[in-house]
Design a protein. Sequence first.
Length: 177
Amino acid sequence: KFDQALIATMIHSILLSVLVIFALLTLQLRSVVGGVMASAPIWINLVTTFGVMVALHVPLDNSTMMIAGIATGIGVGYTIQFIARLKHELAAGGDLSAAIAATIPTTGRAILINSLAVAAGFLVLVLSEMTPQKRFGSLVAMTMIFSAVSALTLLPAIFLKFKPAFLRSGAEKRPSV
């Protein structure tokens, strides 16, 4: 019964956090379509993380249950960072492909370095004597990498495929130097 309650609580928490993040992204981007597109990497990250957990027979417990919250929180940060820079590049002029090409080596590099640094920090937990801490550290590290990769591959692919109008609306103007 405890396990069933744990899973029900986790599912409820995941759905609530994803809905709140979707609403916040929709408000920030002033577009429901933008909210859906920006949420895609978060969903992919959650599915991939839990898929790996199932494949590796990682049990759900108090420590592994927190992974969903971390995956969601980090994923939305990388997504917002990527989209903000992309909109900045689009405001400077040019097409979407050029803006993505300018965003990836700058903000994309920062996202990758950040994810690797956080992953490395959590990987220290694999040296612990306690199995739950080992699992937690390795899962958070994996989630950091998944979050970065999904933001840097899925978002550009979606944007290039659908060329959403919300990217150009309200785009920040590049400061004059």
